[in-house]
Design a binder for this molecule. Sequence first.
Ligand code: ATP
Ligand code: MG
Length: 277
Amino acid sequence: MKKLVIKNLHVSVEEKEILKGLDLVVNEGEVVAVLGPNGHGKSTLLNAIMGNPRYKVTEGEIFLDDQNVLEMSVDERSKAGLFLAFQTPAEIPGVNSSEFLKAAINEHNEKRLSLYQFYKVLDTASKEVNIPFEMFNRNLNDGFSGGEKKRNEILQMMLLNPNIAMLDEIDSGLDVDAINTVSDCINKQHKEKGTGFLIISHYARLFELVKPTRTVVIVNGKVVCEGGPEIYKKIDKFGYEWIKKEYGVSIEKEEQPMNKVSLGTCATKEVITNGNK
Ligand SMILES: Nc1ncnc2c1ncn2[C@@H]1O[C@H](COP(=O)(O)OP(=O)(O)OP(=O)(O)O)[C@@H](O)[C@H]1O
Ligand SMILES: [Mg+2]
């Protein structure tokens, strides 16, 4: 079990600052629910923690116990016990699923698993997450349905057994039965292995099943409020308007890139229309 500490984190994507001094702690074995309006930096946070090179950390620090995460490669972060289940898992056509999983497990464990041991572990995990075993003969996520991709992310989490698992909208695209299955897996991982969680979701349904120990809300690239389940329940019912009033934050709307051509076309059209009046 490890503690993740993030201080004054600033992250830019394509020269645009998305996280603007974010502070967050995930204590050992904690389950933290993360909410926030679209485009306010939730996935950016998880990607920056995992070391995705597109997300540039310009200021601040991230520590996993006494390890300086920002000085580590993605590979080292993964071996140190960080895991990210992607909001949109990529399809990797050239890579066989079971080969990928075997390589990932063997990279993480000091002792390599025999082929027999690996298939036993995979068979158990695939039953828990309800993925037919035959799917592992296919290429990674290649042609998997939305829900199958998400369940495959959870299976990877179970096999890699991280200290901190970060799940980015793991519930999106899951049918009702699959949400129950996935939450059972999360709860088991938490209870039996003591894994800490950072779980992003827009909906209370998942949180009602995994019972987070804390809820945090990210607005404009910062954590603006923290508390108990009452926060995600209120957001589920009323949206984010009340946060503006209660916490005195203005929720910036995402800037839409201005297209000069279409602006010109509209302006011309307006002149013609007005001119015809
Ligand atoms: N590769 C990129 N290039 C340009 N802008 C990006 C890139 N990745 C993210 N952004 C921008 O960063 C901002 C924050 O995105 P992020 O994915 O962190 O939002 P989010 O809070 O996870 O939203 P959602 O709830 O919709 O998943 C958005 O305005 C997004 O368009
Ligand atoms: Mg996101």
